[in-house]
Design a protein around this ligand. Structure first.
Ligand code: NOJ
Length: 538
């Protein structure tokens, strides 16, 4: 069989499952691995081919699973290793892929490695973490701040040194400059690769290496009070160091020993810096996450057009683009752009060039849930009160049906359900042909069958403050024109589409569906459509 021209992670679509909130199978109000298995038919029906599942490893849950105390096991809260094996095999049976979270920047302070490391200054794992002496006045070695609030340094009374933690004090950073530590992480990857996982989403990839000289980060003159503490400083020494690429290279070399695995990098950087993570010859991360669309506020057509052009231009020639609209750390898509724009966002995500990532629940327009202050569980919200930084609202349970706990569980969920659960759920939307869910499905089904959308080039047609239009093109196939109205007002689109003829195949409001482009002059409020252009224009 000849090798396929494009890999599964280039042609497919990624669906993020935040495991705690997806489906509870054992009536404890917390989502788990078996719950994901129960919902695989749904995910398959939706048409995505890749599931990224958030950490299910043993953890004291200080950062809800991102504080791992054993990298090669499962937390009983989420299930057993046998459950994981079943998940993997069930995913593969459906010709889908499973990507797991790899958190190599830090462990839990309850990890055996850290317990050893902190036991004495001359323990042979001391150097596995980042220990530093206090300054002569007893203060921390430098001014670095934790992403989740407060100083990034914790004093250890027993051994008389500080250790560095980019996140919680219960999440000490590993020293990946130390070869032994790095090899231990590679062994962890090998463990899961040998089981057959299809890749890793590497947590906080840009944090993995810090300045060797531990220089102070400069003060950020533009800092505003509502921002996280860490933004008081420009994080130029604590993150995104050139040597990080050597670390990624090692991870990539390992995954290349296996067949068609993927490395997705979590990166909150400017696009110019994100693209460096592809490596010099696309031999770094396969998909360094592109979060541009998450940060586009206000949600305006011309700004989005510029962001797409900038990304396309910055992308190294042979590397593969990707687009992300939401995740468990950022405000929900439907709350950010508004419900009326949710279909436009879906159409944008699923027609751009590059692998799309959908955050669970965005396909039914889940909004931020209203969580009273006294119920906040997210450490980011607890450690920086009053700044509205809690990530709980974007982690509410998936809304499967209108029953009392939304079909998520038979018990009160670990986190508050959205108020709109009775009006908005999968069951309801499935039976409504005009729903957001069915719109996602229609777009996904179309994309899965359409080579132009999956792998064709992107050509901008034009944009103004309200409307964005672009073409996707591939030799020998009919091109596709996408026109999107980013406003709640009717817009004239004649000037943009005047030069084209073709048939509208998918439309947000159904009215223009099956119409010829020649008969369309206006876009209704919040309308977007996708048209197949006539052959002579290709
Ligand atoms: C990124 C994860 O997405 C987030 O939830 C977590 O708090 C930090 N990394 C620390 O692991």
């Amino acid at each position: 069989m000849s090798k396929k021209e494009y890999a599964w992670w280039q042609e497919g679509i990624i669906y993020e499952v935040y495991i705690r909130s997806f489906q509870d199978s054992n009536d404890d109000g917390i989502g788990d691995i078996k719950g994901v298995i129960q919902k695989l038919d749904y995910i398959e029906w939706l048409g995505v081919n890749t599931i990224w599942v958030t950490p299910f490893y043993p953890s004291p849950m200080k950062d809800l699973g991102y504080d791992i105390s054993d990298y090669t096991n499962t937390d009983p809260l989420f299930g057993s290793m046998a459950d994981f094996d079943e998940l993997l095999s069930e995913v593969h049976k459906r010709n889908m892929k499973l990507v797991i979270d790899l958190v190599p920047n830090h462990t839990s302070d309850q990890h055996a490695w850290f317990k050893e490391s902190r036991s004495s200054k001359d323990n042979n794992k001391r150097n596995w973490y980042l220990w530093k002496d206090a300054k002569p006045d007893g203060s921390a070695p430098n001014n670095w701040m934790s992403v989740l609030g407060g100083s990034a340094w914790e004093w250890d009374e027993k051994t008389g040194q500080y250790y560095y933690h980019a996140f919680l004090k219960e999440q000490p950073d590993l020293n990946l400059r130390n070869e032994e530590t790095m090899n231990a992480i590679l062994d962890v990857m090998r463990f899961w690769l040998d089981k057959g996982v299809d890749g890793f989403r590497v947590d906080v990839m840009w944090h993995l290496i810090k300045d060797k000289l531990w220089r102070n980060n400069p003060v950020n003159p533009d800092y505003k009070d509502e921002q996280p503490d860490a933004d008081k400083l420009m994080q130029i020494y604590s993150c995104d160091q050139p040597e990080v690429h050597g670390i990624i290279q090692k991870m990539r070399n390992l995954t290349d020993e296996y067949n068609e695995k993927v490395i997705i990098g979590e990166l909150y950087l400017t696009i110019e810096n994100v693209v460096n993570y592809y490596g010099e010859d696309c031999d770094g991360a396969h998909l360094p996450s592109n979060f541009e669309l998450i940060f586009l506020v206000p949600w305006e057509a011309d700004r989005i057009g510029i962001a797409i052009d900038k990304y396309e231009a910055a992308l190294p020639e042979k590397c593969w683009p990707n687009w992300v609209l939401g995740n468990h750390d950022k405000e929900r898509l439907a709350s950010r752009v508004g419900n009326e724009q949710a279909k436009i966002a879906a159409m944008l995500l699923l027609t751009l060039r590059g692998t799309p990532t959908i955050y669970y629940g965005d396909e039914i327009g889940l909004i931020q849930s209203d969580i009273p202050e006294e119920e906040i569980q997210d450490p980011q919200g607890l450690l920086m009160p009053g700044k509205n930084l809690s990530r709980d609202p974007q982690r509410s349970p998936m809304q499967w049906d209108g029953s009392v706990f939304a079909g998520f569980s038979t018990k009160k969920p670990w986190i508050r359900l959205n108020k709109d659960v009775h009006e908005n759920n999968v069951e309801k939307q499935k039976s409504d042909p005009g729903s957001l869910l069915n719109f996602y499905k229609q777009l996904i089904d179309f994309r899965n069958e359409n080579e132009v959308l999956k792998t064709g080039v992107y050509i901008p047609v034009g944009s103004n403050k309200s409307t964005l239009a672009y073409i996707r093109k591939k030799d020998g196939k009919p091109s596709i024109l996408v026109v999107l109205n980013f406003t709640s007002k009717e817009q004239d689109c004649q000037a943009i589409i005047d030069n084209y003829d073709g048939e509208i195949i998918i439309s947000t409001n159904g009215e223009n569906k099956n119409k010829s482009l020649k008969g369309v002059n206006t876009l209704a409020a919040n309308e977007g459509f996708l048209a197949i252009l006539r052959d002579d224009e290709n």
